[in-house]
Design a protein. Structure first.
Length: 182
């Protein structure tokens, strides 16, 4: 689904454009995801897992842009992609169509400036408009900033997947499972 472009001014005065991701954005999406994977362990992948597949990313973005419920938005400062957020149906079966799964990433230098809150509000408004009755997500147990953001927007913790992530140093992190019901 394509949604309306929006502008937002960060707390440091920089203007951000939030717009739907389309297939032509695939290279920037790949570069963004590889960059955030190198900045923190809070992403599902390490850079050592290899590059994202550009063609597969194009196909995914094309599918999302044509979907009636799924959507993805990217945040840009000028031509630089600094964040992305997607809400997609959990599974394409009738019994699951009311549930969306949210994934989000923001470059570290742009955290703490209000971008996450703006993107989250945009996503939740759109998810509700698209007919999702609940939005779910998983977050690293030690990602306090993200957990705070999600709680601020009404997500509640309802489960934990112990030792869901094994880091390169051999330590584990639990995954906290959260949901927001509209």
């Amino acid at each position: 689904m394509i949604i309306n472009q929006q502008k937002y001014v960060l707390s440091d005065g920089q203007e951000v454009t939030i717009r739907s991701a389309i297939a032509e954005d695939a290279q920037k999406v790949v570069e963004h995801r590889e960059a955030v994977a190198a900045e923190t362990h809070f992403m599902a992948r390490y850079p050592e897992d290899g590059p994202f597949n550009l063609e597969r990313t194009k196909d995914i973005l094309e599918g999302i842009s044509k979907d009636e419920k799924d959507f993805m938005v990217n945040a840009y400062i000028g031509d630089e992609m600094v964040g992305d957020l997607a809400v997609r149906v959990v599974r394409p079966h009738i019994k699951f169509l009311h549930r969306g799964y949210l994934g989000m990433s923001i470059r570290q230098q742009y955290t703490g400036l209000g971008l996450g809150s703006f993107m989250m509000q945009t996503a939740l408004n759109q998810a509700k408009e698209n007919g999702f009755e609940q939005v779910e997500l998983g977050v690293f147990s030690d990602n306090d900033r993200a957990r705070h953001l999600y709680s601020k927007f009404g997500f509640e913790e309802y489960g934990k997947n112990p030792r869901a992530f094994k880091l390169k140093d051999g330590t584990y992190r639990d995954e906290i499972i959260m949901v927001k019901i509209f």
